[in-house]
Design a protein around this ligand. Structure first.
Ligand code: CP
Length: 319
């Protein structure tokens, strides 16, 4: 079966998930992002690559970083950006997701950036557009349920490559609530596709999917053992809004065992970098001394997100 995110020629049609994307495409996005960093950092104001295109941001779930950096990225590519305010849209009157999409298509949309609490919502939109013969409209998944957050995974890879130069000699640990994390799934698929030889996941049994080792990762329940000699530590937020029932004794107990402190970080390599997709829960999954310390690259992740999102949007637009 053809990968639904690729055209018949193997080019990127939509960005729905990193799972199944060829390494060449991931590498091409990272390469394409590099020159955009001068625009992301405001050395160059704007580029005309998306001039005349309309990008609709459809965020059915809250966001600070993703929604804002997509908007900045689209504007710096000279697109017209429309942020649909879901709370004041006709969704609150019962309009379906696909009816909303049809109406925005009638307003000559060229690209949808979609965040939704339901896994598969961006895929559903992409399928619908194909059925309607609207293949020229592109869909970017900005985070769907527990499923995927591909641009977060890509900006994380960009950050790792920026600080470590290569992937094929790294040990990377992802720590915390992997069970509910779409970010972790995208990170694992990206890291393994790009050739990272050892990807570790660290967390309590209640917050790790039972079959996670099938994704090619090593499982650790002891944080100090899992962090031993790692090059990259990727922390995750406790996704309380997606937890059903009591999966943890308390946030304080979680912090004691799995919170990243300077003392636990000593187990990693001396030049290890510390990442977090945000939003952070200080004192729950990460101590402020680490979040604001010399190993943290958490704010550069956000800045790189602009360049990576510019790269994705311009590739989709064929620019
Ligand atoms: N990392 C991330 O997705 O953050 P937001 O929820 O603020 O977009």
């Amino acid at each position: 079966m053809r990968n639904p995110q690729l055209t018949r020629n193997g080019e990127l049609q939509h960005l729905l998930t990193i799972d199944g994307l060829p390494r060449e495409i991931l590498t091409a996005i990272l390469e394409a992002a590099t020159p955009f960093t001068v625009v992301a950092e405001r050395e160059v104001k704007k580029l005309p690559l998306l001039r005349g295109k309309s990008v609709f941001n459809l965020f059915f779930e809250n966001s600070t970083r993703t929604r804002t950096t997509f908007e900045i990225a689209a504007k710096r590519l000279s697109a017209d950006v429309i942020n649909l305010n879901i709370n004041t849209s006709s969704t609150s009157k019962g309009e379906t997701l696909l009816d909303t999409v049809d109406n925005l298509c009638a307003m000559q949309a060229d690209m949808f950036v979609v965040r939704h609490a339901s896994s598969g919502a961006p895929f559903l939109i992409a399928q619908h557009l194909a059925a309607m013969g609207l293949e020229h409209i592109h869909v970017i998944n900005a985070g769907d349920g527990r499923h995927a957050h591909p641009t977060q995974g890509l900006l994380d890879m960009y950050t790792i490559r920026h600080y470590k130069q290569r992937f094929d000699n790294l040990v990377v640990a992802i720590v915390g609530d992997l069970l509910h994390s779409r970010v972790a799934r995208s990170q694992i698929h990206a890291l393994t596709t790009l050739g990272v030889p050892e990807v570790r996941v660290i967390g309590p049994k209640t917050l790790l999917p039972a079959d996670i080792s099938q994704l090619g990762v090593r499982v650790f329940h002891d944080m100090r053992a899992g962090l031993k000699d790692v090059d990259v530590v990727m922390m995750l937020r406790l996704q309380n809004e997606r937890m059903k029932g009591a999966l943890l004794p308390s946030p304080q107990e979680f912090f004691k065992s799995y919170g990243l402190t300077a003392e636990k970080l000593h187990c990693a390599r001396p030049d290890a970098i510390v990442m977090h997709p945000g939003p952070m829960n200080r004192g729950v999954e990460i101590d402020s001394a680490v979040a604001d310390g010399p190993h943290a690259v958490i704010l550069p992740q956000v800045t790189f997100g602009i360049a990576v999102r510019m790269a994705v949007m311009s590739m989709l637009a064929g620019a």
